[in-house]
Design a protein around this ligand. Structure first.
Ligand code: VAL
Length: 193
């Protein structure tokens, strides 16, 4: 199978967002934090978005919306997203983003911004999709922040009935379905095959 790599926006509908991001209330209403992952099937179990406390994060305006991602990765990301006109409107240290509450890209539940020192800037967006039920670092971050540790798969590696949209699918079957769902709700920024 192929391993898709996708860029996903999480809405930042948090009353604190304007203040933290240096935006007007109206602009903050269209704020998002952007993650990158090569395991789309783990997104149903996302519980947080991790940023590095010491990295700088840019707030980028594009087409009327505002996107938070590592300042060092704005140029490469804009290229990947096909953004021709975008502008960095402010920059904040990752530490300031802690406690902002994003919203899961296709479930109606919170995904808080948390800090982690393993977040690197060699690829992606500098904002790490965190699924504590999948992966050691994510698990440890989950413990530190008291996040729910979700891994709702049966012995055959199929999603349990409790998982909206993806019940019964194997992780390989779920990958394209997750991408389809993200596209449907408008939160898929790019897909690289
Ligand atoms: N954090 C990883 C990722 O971004 C997994 C383990 C969820 O794909």
């Amino acid at each position: 199978h192929t391993s898709p790599s996708i860029f996903v926006r999480f809405p930042l509908r948090d009353a604190k967002a304007a203040d933290v991001l240096g935006l007007s209330a109206a602009d903050a209403a269209s704020a998002y934090i952007v993650i990158w992952t090569t395991t789309p099937w783990t997104l149903p179990d996302n519980m947080a978005v991790a940023v590095h406390p010491d990295h700088d994060y840019a707030v980028v305006r594009h087409d009327g919306a505002h996107y938070v991602l590592a300042a060092a990765l704005v140029e490469s990301s804009a290229k990947t997203f096909g953004w021709e006109n975008c502008e960095v409107v402010s920059t904040v240290p990752g530490a300031k983003l802690e406690g902002l509450v994003a919203t899961h890209p296709f479930y109606d539940r919170p995904s808080p911004v948390v800090l982690a020192d393993y977040v690197v800037l060699d690829s992606g967006t500098g904002c790490v999709h965190t699924a504590p039920g999948h992966g050691r670092e994510d698990y440890e971050t989950g413990l530190r922040y008291g996040l729910e540790i979700l891994s709702p798969l049966n012995d055959e590696g199929r999603f349990l009935d409790s998982v909206p949209f993806f019940a019964g699918l194997t992780v390989f079957e779920a990958n394209p379905k997750v991408i389809e769902k993200l596209r449907e709700v408008g939160n898929l920024l790019a897909e690289r095959k």
